[in-house]
Write a protein that binds this ligand. Structure first.
Ligand code: V47
Ligand code: SF4
Length: 380
């Protein structure tokens, strides 16, 4: 592309960003392929500050991966296990209660639950995980089971998605995490997770969940076999569903970690690629309120910089993360609230503790209550 065409394209996109106009698929591919990371960051930061001012959000949460036994063999996954392998584990009800008590003692407002698809467990077992958490601490928000898991439950019960979701809501489900989206393009998807719920299913499950009043998140796994057009296609498909339902809360780009996976011949994405994808996501997803820089996966340093490249959220304290640590993440297993505050403040932002549904958390010693919704563009 010659300099004049490059400049003309960039000027058109900059004008669109300034006026809040939507960037097209072709423009997204141009941004991804041709534009340097600092320019992308400047564009993304304009949108980020328009939507969320100078605030950066975090939450106090804990993870629970109730089993690592999984019928699938996604080539990017280091977490899964065969049933009889040494590393296989499955939580009992008592272990779940203990994790919830730990969450309560640490002041967590959210428990994040995702895991393997254990072929010997019936749907009731998964419903029971939610019920045990809810009965142990009804105040704790349960963000559980990705679209892939909901698809599996529908497969084993032979019931529609809304029936499956209703059983989980009745047991205490509060919202859905964004995992399992990986990359929607079918050719790439077939190479990294051929058996998994396809893009149409994943999107349909979130569509149904939103219609039932559940909020959910969305993710994209990048840095493996995908190219610019696959990333932009993925973002455009999420944007389309968000136009329809408005049910997504936040988008989380997930950097591929190759260690102990079937794709360990690849390098993990560099810091500049991480920042580029955060910025691209912020520019493309004009109808998403939040972009999360998941510090566990990006590392604290890149996550901190990402707060000036389009991200407005760091996720949370995240105690007991396994999926990324099994795949070679060198980040700590958790951060304290003080550490999160320091990261955010040093980035020149104002830290705000939110709950899962982006309402302000008001703390009085170890006790907490839910305050006002943190409305995008009008934070207070
Ligand atoms: O779908 C698995 C990813 C996801 C690897 O909603 C990997 O707030 C990189 O759902 N390298 C599950 N990624 C995690 C998830 C999630 C995480 C953080 C926040 C939220 C949220 C949801 O983890 C999977 C897959 O895309 N994953 N293995 C790996 N080796
Ligand atoms: Fe199983 Fe999830 Fe790992 Fe795929 S990513 S193998 S579905 S645990």
């Amino acid at each position: 592309m010659n300099t004049a065409t490059y400049q003309k394209n960039l000027d058109t996109i900059s004008d669109k960003v300034a006026s809040g106009e939507r960037v097209t698929f072709e423009e997204g591919v141009f941004l991804d392929r041709e534009v340097d990371v600092l320019t992308l960051g400047r564009l993304a930061n304009t949108i980020r500050e328009r939507k969320n001012g100078n605030y950066a959000y975090y939450n106090t949460n804990i993870h629970l991966n109730p089993t690592n036994v999984c019928v699938y063999r996604c080539t990017f996954c280091a977490f899964r296990s065969d049933l009889k392998a040494e590393k296989a584990y499955t939580f009992t009800d008592d272990m779940i209660r203990e994790r919830v008590q730990e969450a309560v003692a640490s002041g967590a407002t959210e428990i994040h639950v995702v895991g393997g698809l254990h072929h010997q467990k019936k749907f009731d077992w998964y419903v029971n995980v939610v019920r045990v958490i809810h009965e142990t601490c009804p105040e704790l928000h349960i963000k559980a089971w990705t679209g892939v898991e909901i698809n599996w439950f529908s497969h084993i019960t032979k019931k529609p998605f809304d029936w499956v979701l209703q059983q989980l809501i009745d047991a205490g489900l509060g919202s859905m995490p964004g995992g399992g989206a990986e990359i929607f393009d079918s050719e790439i998807r077939d190479q990294i997770c051929e058996h998994k719920s396809d893009a149409e299913n994943w999107l349909e499950i979130h569509r149904v969940a939103h219609a039932m009043g559940l909020r959910s998140n969305a993710t994209m796994l990048y840095g493996h076999l995908e190219q610019a057009e696959h990333r932009v296609d993925h973002l455009c498909r999420l944007r389309e569903l968000q136009d329809e339902t408005g049910g997504f809360q936040t988008f989380i780009p997930l950097a591929f970690h190759p260690e102990n996976t079937g794709m360990d011949y690849l390098h993990r994405p560099s810091g500049l690629t991480d920042l580029k994808v955060v910025a691209l996501s912020r520019i493309m997803l004009d109808n998403f309120d939040h972009i999360k820089a998941y510090w566990i996966m990006l590392g604290e340093k890149i996550a901190q910089i990402a707060l000036s490249f389009g991200a407005d959220d760091l996720d949370g304290t995240v105690v007991h993360e396994l999926i990324y640590h099994d795949a070679g993440a060198k980040t700590p297993e958790g951060l304290t609230v003080n550490q999160l505050h320091r990261l955010i403040e040093e980035a020149g932002r104002i830290p705000i503790e939110r709950d899962t549904l982006y309402r302000r958390v008001v703390r009085d010693g170890p006790r907490w209550s839910i305050g006002d919704p943190l409305v995008a563009g009008n934070v207070f």
